[in-house]
Design a protein around this ligand. Structure first.
Ligand SMILES: [Fe+2]
Length: 203
């Protein structure tokens, strides 16, 4: 049987989460484990975006070295996209990318969670947005300031976990370093319930 390297990466993530000090990641490992990693779905063909170059360029951190190396080995096999919706703020175009590995549109179909990887270039502000789903970020390279309203923004780096509760507005801002994070949604994972909060110019 042909080896699916992306499946091996997911397995690596599950084992990493199972050993984590963070209860949230241990719980998420259970959700991921429920997905049978058999044949990949149609529509999961590779699609590289220029923003993904940072995956190879970022410094390997001690806390998440193996996971980032695992991602590097499969990143070119994944379908990368820009943020969903038609109202993506202009400054973001060409400077971020995400991929859904497991979920309604993932390489493996699931309707109880969405899991993937998120990348932002250095010096980028990913604006305030919200969604019905609960979300986590697990930082595996670089760093960023994340604001989860109404709390002030906090700096995070490799090995850190951020939990964004359902319907809570949040934004992400990078400085000198880019950000590479694993992300997961659970709860109501309908992508239609995703909206940017900052007012767009009228008229
Ligand atoms: Fe979000």
């Amino acid at each position: 049987m042909e080896i699916d390297h992306v499946a091996l990466f997911v397995q690596q993530v599950i084992e990493h989460f199972e050993k984590s000090d963070h209860q949230l990641l241990r719980d998420y490992a259970i959700r991921l484990s429920a997905v049978p990693l058999e044949d990949a779905s149609e529509g999961s063909e590779p699609n590289w975006l220029k923003s993904c170059d940072v995956i190879d360029d970022v410094v390997l951190p001690d806390a998440t070295r193996a996971i980032l190396q695992g991602l590097r080995s499969v990143a070119e096999l994944l379908p990368w996209h820009e943020a969903p919706g038609e109202d993506v703020p202009g400054g973001l175009a060409g400077h971020h990318a995400y991929t859904e590995i497991i979920g309604p549109h993932g390489r493996w179909r699931a309707d109880h969670c969405r899991f993937g990887v998120f990348v932002i270039d250095a010096d980028i502000h990913y604006p305030l947005h919200r969604h019905e789903a609960d979300k986590f970020y697990y930082f595996i390279g670089g760093g960023a300031k994340v604001s989860v309203m109404p709390l002030p923004g906090q700096d995070f780096s490799a090995g850190d976990v951020v939990h964004v509760p359902s319907r809570t507005s949040h934004d992400t801002t990078t400085g000198a370093d880019p950000l590479i994070a694993l992300w997961g949604w659970w709860g109501d994972i309908d992508i239609g319930k995703y909206e940017f909060c900052e007012a767009q110019p009228q008229g």
